[in-house]
Design a binder for this molecule. Structure first.
Ligand code: 48H
Length: 255
């Protein structure tokens, strides 16, 4: 029966992809701009990258531009990244404007085509910690999490784990809450996001992209929230550059 073939095709393909990703070079939590760009460059370099997104659709904070006006903005130094993805931009007032629909869909498509294995509807709820190092993620189905059902999670192993969960900094927060550890921040703790300063926030994001605990890296707004930088509003150059820098750092680490 056709119904059986449809169902078998879905289950077989999903399960074979998932089984292939029990062990990874890199697992990225969060499918916003920083996570997608990092995944793209790592996959292009031949790394086995799995990206987990808790929502149905990826793209994080891109879709709504600024206050729902559908344009995102980047500075000139982020243009090579857009060129790598084939995403178009318009020069305007010393800035570059991008249709946020093209930015979000272009980053997602680029990451998938580069070889990033993406699982949506998948929440990272904890990490695996052994020998003083993060060695993977503990995941659950988002609908199970949202319903508050008592269903235990499963685990994916990774050489490197990335917190690209944006403002909420979910992975680092759970690590810090459950374990008596010191993070690689100036105080050893999470410093928290500060109020708006677009210029400084953009710089801060890239400068603070990096390792925050052995095996665990932060990128994008998660780096800002972790290291105590200012927000920058709907300018996305720092997020894209953060993703690219992260890929470079991880490549060096994995050598
Ligand atoms: C799986 C999760 C989990 C979880 C969250 O917020 P994002 O777009 O993140 P960035 O850092 O790549 O980009 C930030 C940018 O969009 C932004 O918000 C800016 C520039 N703000 C400036 C300002 O002033 O406000 O994406 C994070 C993604 C989202 O899709 C979440 O659903 C997802 O991570 N996520 N995925 N497991 N536990 N938590």
């Amino acid at each position: 029966m056709k119904e059986v073939a449809i169902t078998r095709t879905i289950i077989k393909n999903h399960m074979s992809r998932l089984l292939d990703r029990l062990e990874n070079d890199v697992v990225i939590a969060g499918g916003g701009p920083s996570g997608l760009v990092a995944g793209f460059y790592l996959a292009k370099a031949g790394k086995k990258v799995t990206l987990l997104e808790k929502k149905l659709s990826l793209g994080g904070g891109i879709w709504g531009g600024g206050m729902g006006y559908k344009f995102a903005v980047v500075e000139e130094n982020a243009l090579p990244i857009l060129d790598d993805f084939g995403i178009r931009y318009i020069k305007d007032d010393n800035m570059y404007a991008i249709d946020s629909i093209e930015l979000a869909s272009g980053l997602i498509y680029g990451a998938v085509k580069a070889g990033v294995e993406i699982f949506n509807l998948t929440s990272v709820e904890d990490v695996v910690v052994q020998d003083g190092r993060v060695k993977g993620v503990v995941i659950n189905s988002s609908p199970i999490e949202i319903a508050g059902l008592h269903v235990d999670p499963i685990t994916l192993i990774s050489k490197i784990t990335v917190d690209a969960t944006g403002h909420d900094l979910e992975v680092v927060r759970v690590l810090a809450r459950k374990n008596e550890i010191k993070l690689l921040t100036p105080t050893g703790s999470i410093l928290g996001e500060r109020s708006m300063d677009a210029e400084e926030g953009e710089k801060f994001t890239v400068e603070n992209t990096g390792e925050v605990f052995p095996g665990l890296y932060v990128a994008g707004m998660a780096a800002v929230a972790c290291f105590g930088g200012p927000r920058m509003g709907p300018i996305f150059g720092g997020m894209l550059l953060s993703g690219k820098k992260l890929a470079k750092l991880i490549m060096e680490n994995l050598k």
